[in-house]
Design a protein. Sequence first.
Length: 187
Amino acid sequence: MLEELLKLDRELFSYLYGLGSEPYDSFWLLITKQVYWAPLILAVLYLIQKKMGWKNLGIIVVFLALLITFTDQMTNVVKNSFQRLRPSNEVELGPIMRNLIKRNSYSFFSGHASNSMASTVFIFSILRKYYRHTFLLFLFPLIFAYSRIYLGLHYPLDILTGYVFGIISGTIFYKLYTLFMKKYVKS
């Protein structure tokens, strides 16, 4: 059963990776770097501050930092436990790979997917009552994590597992945030 799932995962990766082409490589290399998402992050922080004030923004930033640290560390624990090679390091896939980025760390599961989904779920849960189109924030983890497949760094199952872990983590941290706000912060 597991072998069949991994085979399907490899086939889906080969298909999705095969959709890429050299003219788009530089675009996806930009997309995959967190620094280029800074304008979006700053815009979201501005929207939070505008609706909730500086004090609440500070609390949210602390919770976000804890959330990202948690998801990042748990991702590393799982990666080192499973030790699944990245697609770009698989000998079998060598003929189709364009070698855009080479990483020696393991693949399962994607830290980019888990961190971006966890932070998006957390922020979405806070902002949805203030802004009607907050759901558009979910474009960030979708595009960001797809870049990891495009660049040959993750299989689709790595991304999906990262998303699931991110959704669970983001939801838990949102609940912790609401408990903290009820107990310690007076409106």
